[in-house]
Design a protein around this ligand. Structure first.
Ligand code: AKG
Length: 330
């Protein structure tokens, strides 16, 4: 029940090998920190579709209020939550080195504030498998504490979901989402590394998956990220009150630094068409054309059944070249 999990079982594929040329270095591009005064300035950011950190806006009293004690008293200790309990400090969706555990909110807070490798990405309290998370509905006690600034009215109007994220010392795996995202840091600090969509070919995503097999933070949450050849990592350290705009399809991974990190992120639709119809609980269901394309690929490959494998390979690669040509030059 988290990002990258809308993959159906048939999407799961063999994990490709790690890149051979891995060396270490730190991210080479930092994400600009800007102030945004009006809704039309934010609209322009959406058009440019590059990540930025919006600072100096008001996300509500949560930034001061959301201490362990406040959350315990306000939400209550008995409320049940489903948390990721990790075996190592780098969660990996492909190797599934974590488990989903249902526990009482009070127990979760005690454990996570004691340094437990746990991560809450809230899900719908009403219909967890059918509806996206909504902070105001799922945690009505916290509703008045968090708000998006007026400049981001486009986000509010097109909101898909607003999960609460509470993270102990564990990193979130590298993945992309299909919805646009404004990630609002509330407490603690979070290191975010983002890769542009054009890097996807170098980031080891099994076919049809939205999560990578690579752990970018192999050198620890504050160490240099691993160098993945031919990619352009963009990096930022979020402080309370910062809002990171994560454009659709930008791959991202996150590491909390120091204390427990609390955030609310709001996924929103920024396309007028193209989303897959039907259920999308996590905001990462691939576009309709891609889902259809994957079915067409199966049909195309099947059309070569019964032919000599070397001839099938020859023509399938010719077709792949045509697709690449379209992607790069159309
Ligand atoms: C997202 O907002 O899509 C994330 O993946 C956030 C990751 C995190 O908070 O650890």
């Amino acid at each position: 029940v988290s990002d990258g999990e809308s993959q159906s079982p048939e999407k799961a594929q063999e994990i490709p090998k790690r890149p051979r040329r891995v060396k270490t270095m730190s991210g080479d591009r930092s994400i600009p920190r800007i102030s945004v005064g009006t809704a039309s300035e934010f609209e322009r950011i959406l058009e440019i579709s590059k990540p930025v950190v919006i600072h100096g806006t008001d996300v509500g009293p949560c930034v001061e209020l959301w201490t362990k004690e406040y959350l315990t008293n306000t939400v209550g200790i008995d409320r049940k939550v489903v948390v990721h309990e990790a075996q190592t400090e780098n969660m990996n969706f492909q190797t599934k080195n974590f488990s989903y555990i249902t526990k009482a909110f009070g127990t979760f807070l005690d454990e996570v504030y004691a340094g437990g490798r746990q991560y809450l990405r809230s899900i719908s309290a009403e219909k967890p498998t059918k509806m996206p998370a909504n902070l105001a509905v799922d945690f009505p006690e916290l509703k008045e504490d968090f708000r998006l600034p007026a400049q981001l009215s486009l986000v509010t109007e097109n909101m898909h979901s607003s999960p609460l994220r509470v993270s102990g010392p564990v990193t979130m795996w590298l993945h992309y989402d299909v919805m646009a995202n404004v990630y609002c840091q509330v407490r603690g600090r979070k290191r975010m590394v983002l890769y542009p969509p054009s890097d996807v070919q170098y980031l080891q995503l099994p076919p049809g998956a939205s999560s990578s097999t690579i752990d970018v933070f192999q050198n620890g949450p504050d160490g240099p990220i691993i160098c993945i050849p031919d990619t352009s990592p963009h990096e930022v350290l979020l402080e309370p009150g910062d809002i990171l705009f994560i454009p659709p399809l930008w791959l991202h991974t996150a590491a909390p630094l120091g204390e427990v990190s609390i955030a609310v992120n709001v996924f929103f639709r920024n396309l007028t068409q193209g989303y897959a119809p039907g259920r999308d609980v996590y905001g990462n269901r691939d576009l309709q054309a891609y889902e259809k394309g994957r079915n067409d690929v199966v049909k195309i490959a099947r059309a070569f059944d019964g032919l000599p494998p070397d001839m099938a390979r020859f023509y399938l690669l010719r077709l792949a070249d045509e697709l690449r040509e379209k992607a790069e030059h159309d």
